[in-house]
Design a protein around this ligand. Sequence first.
Ligand SMILES: [Zn+2]
Length: 267
Amino acid sequence: MTLSEEQVLRYSRNIVLDQVGKRGQIRLLNSSVLVVGTGGLGSPVSYYLAAAGVGRIGLVDGDVVDLSNLQRQILHSTRDIGRQKVFSAREKLLALNPDITVSVHQCMLSEENADALVGEYDVVVDATDNFAARYIMNDACVRAGKYMVHGSIFRFEGQVTVFGGGGPCYRCIYPAAPPPDLMPTCAQVGVLGAVPGVIGSIQALEVLKILLDAGRTLSGRLILFNGLSMEFMEVEVQPDPGCPCREGTRDAVARPTYNGCQKGNRG
Ligand SMILES: [Zn+2]
């Protein structure tokens, strides 16, 4: 693969970086990333990945755009209210960069479809606010040996890390989901829209570093962000010896028996 004149110009600020170059840019164009969730986190993540020239982006979301989303979910606009989020998102990403492919998966991530979806992509981004989906995603990534770039937000706070790559998985840190009634949602407690912008941008940067094999990722390190005091705290996180994600015990992560997600239009 060689870059066209137009691609050299479009990606010139990437290419001029020692850590990218033409080879790195070709690598990005040949890469694929699954972004689970096209909301507050998924918006900045997928926008930056599309802009950077990640060749194939998969979007998973079963929701439609609601007026109350627009305060933070900047991939969608007022005229998209009532539209499926994945189609609204794909339109914006392709308008930004028609050089890439955006595959839409108009569904929730589930035990039935997770292995098939995760298996199609190089890296997975956790941009969901759904705990059940996050555990399913984690287990599928552990089974497939894939990186999962995790982010979550809560009011003025957020956290971001990279699972896989020798570091812990989500279950190493949070072995089981809390009872649903103990977990308030953004709708209940609120979130300031720029907070997912900060966390999602860090997730996008981590994905690009993983794809480029550049720098040091957040594997083994959890960043806790407080937007009110504007502080970033780094916590070391280690694999739990009892967690099934540990090398050699991956099969212990229960494997679902069937696959299948209704796929929307591709391309
Ligand atoms: Zn683990």
